[in-house]
Design a protein around this ligand. Structure first.
Ligand code: OSB
Ligand code: MG
Length: 374
C-alpha cells in the first residue's frame, strides 16, 4: 500500500467518571490518534500511552516523538502490504511498543478496508460475540464502591474487576462477597504489593476470586512465581507481559495461570496474536485488557477479542461507561447478556466521527516518507 501521509493528533476528552487505580487518578484523557492515508482509504490507530509514565514507561509525548522522528518516517518509506510487516520495519527501535502498536494497528485497519473484510476476520477471529467485564476504579467510599458494582451487574456485565491496593482490598472483597457470593469477581493491584505482603495476599484465597491481576512489580516474573506457589487463586499478569517470550516464560515458570493481552502493551496486533497463540498452545486462557480507550482503540480490542482463546470476559466495555460522546458511530454497546456483537462489515466496523475528532484536536502533525534528493 502506498502511504500518502501519516497524521498524528492529540485530542482531549474528559471521562464520565474519574478512574482511580493504585498508581493514580485519571479524570481527563490526552489521547494520541494516528490516521494513515493510503490509496484513498484512511486507517486509524489509537496510542494507549497515558499522560504520565505510571502504567508503563511510555507517555503521549514520548510516543509522539518516536512516531515523528523514527517510526513514522520508516513506515511511510516502507509502504507495507500487510500490518504483519510492521514489526520488521520497527525492529531497530527498542521498546516504545505503544507507539509502534498505534501505527501497526492503523495499517491493519487500512488493510481490512482495502481487502473489504472485517478486521476481526483479518486477525483470524472466530467469535461473533465477545464476553464483557468491567474494571471498576477505587471509589471514595465503600458505599459508592458497592453501588458501582450493583450498577454494572444490572447492566449485564459478566465479570467485575475491582482495583485494589494495600488498605483497600480485603474489606472491599468482604463487603462484595456478602452481597454477591457467586458473581465472577477479580481484582487488579497494578503492582501495589511487595514480598512483605505475601501472607496478606494469600488471605485473598477466601474470596474465591477468578484471578489476582499483577499484584507485584511491573517487570517481575520470579516473585510472582513464588507467590503463585502459595496461592490457590490464579495470578493474571498484565504489565509484565511485553511479548510472546514473556508470555512463554511466565507460563513455564508458573508466574501466572491467566494472561491479560493489551495490544498496545505488546506492540501491536502481530505480537498480540503471537501471545494469544502461545497461550493457547499451553492451555492458558487469555482476555483482552483495556486502557480507557476511545472508540477507535475499543473497536480494535473488539476485533482482537474475537480470536478463539479469548475465553474469559475482557475489560472491553460500552462507550458510555467512559465518554459522554464517543468518537465513533455507532457507539459500542453491551447487551443485557454482557456481550458485544463483533462487526462483520469491512474494516473496524465503526465509523470515525472526523468532525468531532477535529473539534477535540489540540495538536496535529503530518509525517511523510523522507524525500530522496538527487
Ligand atoms: O491495569 O488494566 C489495567 C486502565 C488504565 C491503565 C491500566 C488498567 C486500566 C483498567 C481499565 O483496568 C480497563 C478499561 O476499562 O479500559
Ligand atoms: Mg491491569
Amino acid at each position: 500500500m502506498k502511504i500518502d501521509a501519516i497524521h498524528l493528533r492529540e485530542i482531549h476528552l474528559p471521562l464520565v467518571h474519574p478512574f482511580e487505580t493504585s498508581f493514580g487518578r485519571t479524570t481527563d484523557r490526552r489521547i494520541l490518534l494516528v490516521q494513515i492515508e493510503a490509496e484513498g482509504l484512511t486507517g486509524w490507530g489509537e496510542c494507549v500511552a497515558g499522560e504520565h509514565p505510571y502504567f508503563s514507561e511510555e507517555t503521549v509525548d514520548t510516543a509522539w516523538q518516536m512516531m515523528r522522528v523514527e517510526l513514522g518516517p520508516s513506515l511511510a518509506a516502507a509502504d507495507p502490504e500487510h500490518g504483519g510487516k510492521c514489526p520488521e520495519i520497527f525492529k531497530r527501535v527498542r521498546g516504545h511498543r505503544m507507539a509502534k502498536a498505534a501505527l501497526e494497528n492503523a495499517v491493519w485497519d487500512l488493510e481490512a478496508q482495502a481487502k473489504g473484510i472485517a478486521l476481526s476476520d483479518l486477525l483470524g477471529g472466530s467469535r461473533e460475540v465477545i464476553s464483557c467485564g468491567v474494571s471498576i476504579g477505587i471509589q471514595p467510599t465503600m458505599e459508592q464502591q458497592m453501588e458501582k458494582i450493583q450498577t454494572e451487574l444490572a447492566a449485564g456485565y459478566q465479570r467485575i474487576k475491582l482495583k485494589c491496593k494495600p488498605g483497600w482490598d480485603v474489606k472491599v472483597f468482604e463487603e462484595a462477597r456478602k452481597r454477591w457470593p457467586d458473581i465472577a469477581l477479580s481484582c487488579d493491584a497494578n503492582s501495589a504489593y511487595r514480598i512483605r505482603d505475601f501472607d496478606h495476599l494469600v488471605s485473598f484465597d477466601q474470596f474465591n476470586l477468578m484471578m489476582i491481576e499483577q499484584p507485584l512489580w511491573y517487570d517481575d516474573f520470579y516473585f510472582h512465581a513464588m507467590l503463585q506457589k502459595r496461592l490457590e487463586t490464579p495470578i493474571c499478569l498484565d504489565e509484565s507481559i511485553r511479548n510472546r517470550r514473556d508470555a512463554l516464560a511466565s507460563i513455564d515458570m508458573e508466574s501466572c495461570r491467566i494472561l491479560n493481552i493489551k495490544v498496545g502493551r505488546v506492540g501491536g496486533f502481530s505480537e498480540a496474536i503471537r501471545v494469544h497463540n502461545v497461550a493457547a498452545e499451553r492451555g492458558v486462557p487469555v482476555w483482552c485488557g483495556g486502557m480507557l480507550e476511545t472508540g477507535i482503540g475499543r473497536s480494535h480490542n473488539i476485533a482482537l477479542s474475537s480470536l478463539p482463546n479469548f475465553s474469559l470476559p475482557g475489560d472491553v466495555s460500552a462507550s458510555a461507561r467512559y465518554w459522554k460522546e464517543d468518537i465513533i458511530e455507532p457507539e459500542v454497546v453491551v447487551s443485557s447478556a454482557g456481550e458485544i456483537a463483533v462487526p462483520s462489515t469491512p474494516g473496524r466496523g465503526y465509523e470515525v466521527r472526523v468532525d468531532l475528532v477535529d473539534r477535540l484536536t489540540v495538536r496535529r502533525e503530518t509525517i511523510r516518507a523522507m524525500e530522496l534528493v538527487g
